[in-house]
Design a protein around this ligand. Structure first.
Ligand code: GLA
Length: 387
């Protein structure tokens, strides 16, 4: 879809006149999974595919929402911007984001017509919902001159997810979508929100995303269950070390307390989190030092821990990672995002990319009956105005 097609589609839907357009990307996380809501580190990068928002302010007492991807349209009164729609309605994502403006005292006093188009494959674990939240936040902030900073816009997107979609997610996805820079990954401390943009210049290596096309989408039930299990682990550790989240305990301290856990599940969840935070800081150090082989080894360790201890991988992601690691020229391969289906991310030497896509695709399809898709990732820029 070209920019001009978006303008034409907007005018077809809402009529002639001037329009503005904004874009926010999806993300791929290189390492640091299920650490964000534990106050740990993550290392995602923004992609070049994402969500577009075409918008025009009106004198109507309502906002209108339409999408080129989905059928249903909504018209919401300016007095009803903080009320969620029925669960499952896509408009909850933009509406939930706009609700955060209202809650902060920034109420749109006039209406707007909004058209959304996204090219992040849905259910692929590449943050199509965060892209939609962040693009809405960036567009509304700019159109109404609210003057809110980008980190706050990301936090507002996260709140929309909590309050309007029922997923108690961390900040990684919205932060990456808002703050990403081309050719850089974001080394983010999810407790303090301090971050560093780390150049990802991989000589002779590509980042390949494999979409399992597994029918499982991010299941808010299982995700929220993991969040609760981590909180239970914090409670177990508290009598021995007064922590408020799992990022405050080192792997060594954790291992010395492992026998205090009666609940084996909480113990394994915590073990993943504390070791994953260490793997993430190690991985960033190795990347900066140019030790890409070590970076890949840590990626593999991440997946294995997400499989054995955190139990968020499932047969499709495991199969794709297993087949990926058989290919010569693969430096590391792991699931990315929330899990329970979705995508893998692999570092693949240039000369092995075609074989990778062909062989992993063939074997994966033979073993699961599902047809996967592969994308060679380009690292793009965070949410911004395009016209
Ligand atoms: C989802 C959530 C993120 C993060 C990842 C797992 O993408 O939205 O906040 O927790 O899962 O790392």
């Amino acid at each position: 879809m070209e920019i001009n097609d978006l303008k034409v589609a907007f005018k077809k839907n809402y009529g002639e006149g001037n329009v503005s357009g904004y874009f926010s990307p999806g993300r791929v996380n290189l390492i640091g999974e299920h650490t964000d809501y534990n106050g740990g580190y993550v290392f995602p990068c923004a992609l070049t595919f994402g969500t577009y928002c075409v918008i025009r302010k009106t004198n109507n007492p309502f906002l209108r929402f339409a999408s080129l991807n989905l059928e249903s349209n909504e018209q919401i009164s300016l007095d009803a911007l903080t009320t969620p729609l029925a669960r499952g309605n896509w408009v909850n994502y933009p509406l939930g984001t706009i609700a955060q403006f209202v809650k902060r005292g920034f109420k749109p006093e006039t209406g707007a017509d909004i058209l959304i188009y996204g090219n992040v494959p849905g259910g692929a674990g590449l943050s199509s919902s965060a892209a939609l939240e962040v693009v809405t936040a960036v567009a509304i902030n700019d159109q109404y001159n609210f003057g809110i900073g980008k980190v706050d816009l990301a936090l507002m997107g996260q709140k929309a997810e909590h309050e309007f979609a029922g997923v108690n997610c961390g900040i990684m996805d919205q932060f990456a979508s808002a703050m990403g820079e081309a050719d850089h990954a974001i080394f983010l401390n999810c407790d303090t929100l301090e971050f560093e943009l780390v150049p990802v210049k991989l000589e002779g290596i590509k980042i390949v995303i494999g979409n399992t096309n597994s029918p499982h989408s991010l299941d808010s039930g299982k995700y929220n269950e993991r969040v609760a299990q981590c909180q239970a682990a914090v409670e177990t550790i508290k009598p021995f070390k007064n922590i408020t989240n799992l990022a405050e305990i080192s792997p060594e301290e954790f291992f010395s307390l492992e026998d205090k856990f009666n609940d084996d599940v909480a113990k394994r969840r915590a073990r993943h989190v504390v070791t994953e935070i260490k793997r993430t800081t190690d991985a960033v150090r190795e990347l900066k030092a140019g030790n890409i082989v070590e970076f890949g080894r840590l990626m593999n360790g991440s997946h294995d821990s997400l499989k054995a201890d955190y139990e968020v991988t499932g047969p499709e992601l495991d199969t794709m990672v297993e087949e990926a690691r058989k290919i010569e020229g693969v430096i590391g391969s792991r699931m990315t995002g929330g899990g329970f289906g979705g995508s893998t991310v692999s570092l693949v030497k240039d000369e092995a990319v075609d074989t990778f896509i062909e062989q992993v695709g063939k074997k994966y399809q033979e073993r699961t009956g599902l047809k996967p898709e592969f994308y060679v990732a380009e690292i793009g820029q965070g949410g911004h105005k395009i016209f």
